[in-house]
Ligand binder design. Structure first.
Ligand code: ATP
Length: 357
């Protein structure tokens, strides 16, 4: 079977707007893409975290925006990794998971492309995808061609490519009706109390209004809650034994607000998330090594670990169970439990075998 041509539209998407949607649709049509996946950047490497909206809001708005287009999908892949969200890691992961049945097209505006040399492992991007650079006019085309010849001397910017005539690993240029909309201008208008109707899908506008997004930074953060369980509570079962064991180990090491999310059937990556936080990055760091040691003594082996050095968001891989250990403010900001609000929680605290809980 021929691999499905799949567009990847990344970005901060804070918020997603009609400029993104229209240009993605034009690219989809021009290159005969079966689907376009919108992948909001969980932690954009070039942006200051406190200045961007929580991932859960950005994801939700993207989800609402694309609902009426059957060829559009929203993918929350970047929320599952710790550390900055580098496109090369996302593309590598997508290639590993879907490399057999999909070929990827990384869609980006010419403005973004001209900055590509600042990206992590930028030369390797085309090992996993073709790049489609979109621009309203030809003004930036020469600059883009200059970048291509500098970065990949063996290829040329292809301006004539059509749906069927290009080689994989190409860099293609495509003219789109670029609507003069930017997320920055939308945020500014909201702050100034101006209308943003027709710049974003109406349902997205309603979502922003309901959640009072962009009115000021404090109100955005005030909308992030880690302490109000919205999900249903489930008793532990045989499958969740290991997650409970891990939660106990975190508790023994003074981890706070420990929850187990049952994501069986909701994610291809794992069955459970155990989420907790420490009061300082030092606490998180110390807790990480003690938990790992303690569990190893019980023959529960950690398969991989990320984010240990910074200790703001440590991710520990225990096969079917992924542990997210946060530094408290970072947990609040990324709001994983809000993102997975549909996942039931395992009531491990109430287990009779845990009298000290
Ligand atoms: P901000 O104003 O916060 O920088 P933005 O509107 O440029 O945001 P991003 O999320 O940074 O949006 O961009 C995601 C991708 O969308 C980038 O590749 C960017 O070049 C492209 N893009 C941004 N605005 C438009 C637009 N009006 N039309 C087409 N593409 C756009």
């Amino acid at each position: 079977m021929k691999p499905l041509k799949t567009g990847i539209f990344g970005g901060t998407l804070d918020p997603i707007h009609n400029g993104h949607l229209r240009s993605a649709e034009e690219v989809r049509e021009a290159f005969g893409l079966a689907e376009v996946w919108f992948i909001p950047s969980a932690r954009p490497p070039h942006k200051d975290a406190p200045c961007i909206s929580p991932f859960s809001h950005r994801l939700k708005m993207a989800d609402i925006a694309i609902r009426e287009n059957p060829a559009f999908r929203v993918v929350d892949l970047e929320a599952r990794r710790s550390g900055p969200s580098y496109s090369i890691d996302t593309l590598r992961e997508l290639h590993e998971i879907h490399g057999e049945d999909r070929c990827f097209f990384f869609i980006m505006g010419a403005d973004a492309f001209l900055e590509i040399e600042k990206w992590k492992e930028y030369r390797k991007l085309i090992d996993f995808c073709s790049i489609i650079i979109m621009s309203r006019d030809n003004a930036l085309k020469d600059d883009a061609a200059g970048v291509v010849s500098r970065v990949w001397p063996h290829i040329r910017l292809d301006e004539q490519a059509t749906a069927d005539n290009f080689a994989l690993g190409s860099v293609l240029f495509h003219r789109v009706t670029r609507l003069e909309i930017s997320a920055t201008s939308i945020r500014k208008k909201i702050k100034e109390g101006k209308s943003i109707r027709y710049l974003v899908p109406e349902k997205v506008r309603e979502y922003m209004e309901t959640n009072r997004l962009y009115m000021d930074q404090e109100s955005d953060l005030a909308n992030v809650s880690t302490h109000q369980p919205q999900s249903t509570i489930k008793e532990p079962d045989a499958g969740s034994e290991r997650a409970v064991e891990i939660a106990r180990a975190i508790h023994d090491n003074k981890g706070e607000d420990i929850i187990i999310l049952d994501i069986r059937g909701m994610s291809a990556f794992a069955d459970f998330f155990v989420i907790a936080h420490g009061r300082s990055t030092r606490h998180v760091e110390g807790m990480t090594s003690k938990i790992r040691r303690g569990l190893r003594d019980k023959k529960i082996k950690c398969k991989g670990i990320e984010g240990e050095t910074e200790a703001k968001w440590v991710l520990m891989d225990y096969d079917d169970c992924i542990v997210h250990l946060f530094y408290e403010p970072v947990r609040k900001f990324y709001d994983l439990e809000g993102l997975w609000a549909d996942a039931p929680r395992i009531a491990w605290q109430e287990s009779p075998s845990l009298p000290d809980q």
